[in-house]
Design a binder for this molecule. Sequence first.
Ligand SMILES: Nc1ncnc2c1ncn2[C@@H]1O[C@H](COP(=O)(O)OP(=O)(O)OP(=O)(O)O)[C@@H](O)[C@H]1O
Ligand SMILES: [Mg+2]
Length: 244
Amino acid sequence: MLEIQGLHKSFGGLQAVSDVGFSVQEGEIVGLIGPNGAGKTTVMNLVSGTFKADRGSIRFMGEEISGLPSNKICHRGICRTYQIPRPFYAMTALASVTVSVLNGGHRPNMSLFDASFEASYYLEFVGLFAKRDTLARDLNLYELRMLELARALATVPKLLLLDEAMAGLNPGEASRALDMIWSAQEQFGITILWIEHVMKVIMAAAQRIVVLQHGQKLVEGTPKEVINDERVIKAYLGGRHVVH
Ligand SMILES: Nc1ncnc2c1ncn2[C@@H]1O[C@H](COP(=O)(O)OP(=O)(O)OP(=O)(O)O)[C@@H](O)[C@H]1O
Ligand SMILES: [Mg+2]
């Protein structure tokens, strides 16, 4: 479904992503892990069209998407969430998801009434229906992450890019969020590329994991292969990010 080859991106003199290649098959959950600054978010920014790659190819459903603007990429079915939630803080949860419904590209002529009805469905799905009239700025972090998920789902993605969907959540919330992501995958038939530092979560969720270090792909394999790989233990797991 997604095939990345020879991807390069530098910022000034810094090579943030260097010759990265991997693929994601339809229906999979693929984890993208690695130390801080490894280039994970940059890869996601390139796939979603936030940044343009210096070199390399990103093919989605058999077509080259590298260089397309992010709204075009969203319309083709790739949507993302952000490491730091970016809601419209002065909007209610319902208005925020309604904007996504209208911008997703699948309902060009939908009325505001119908869009907000559909938005309610996504809020209900993530458990936020009771908070539909709450301003995003008054939601807690778990609720904000669920709002991000609802906004992403409302664009009807085929491929969902999650950037640290669990960051800052306590273990109970993380477990609820994981269940939610699993049910989203089941209900909407989406494929997921997921950046995550919470090892327990990504080990449980992903079928395959790609490990980045210094902008390059270090290892790729099943969670079991990756967690037992000497290079990954040395570069990542042995350091700050202990498996818990
Ligand atoms: N817009 C930008 N301008 C300049 N440098 C950037 C930009 N975005 C990322 N970088 C740099 O590129 C490198 C990779 O950053 P990136 O955010 O992709 O890492 P990451 O793997 O997502 O890290 P983290 O786990 O901390 O989120 C870092 O050195 C970062 O400082
Ligand atoms: Mg990041």
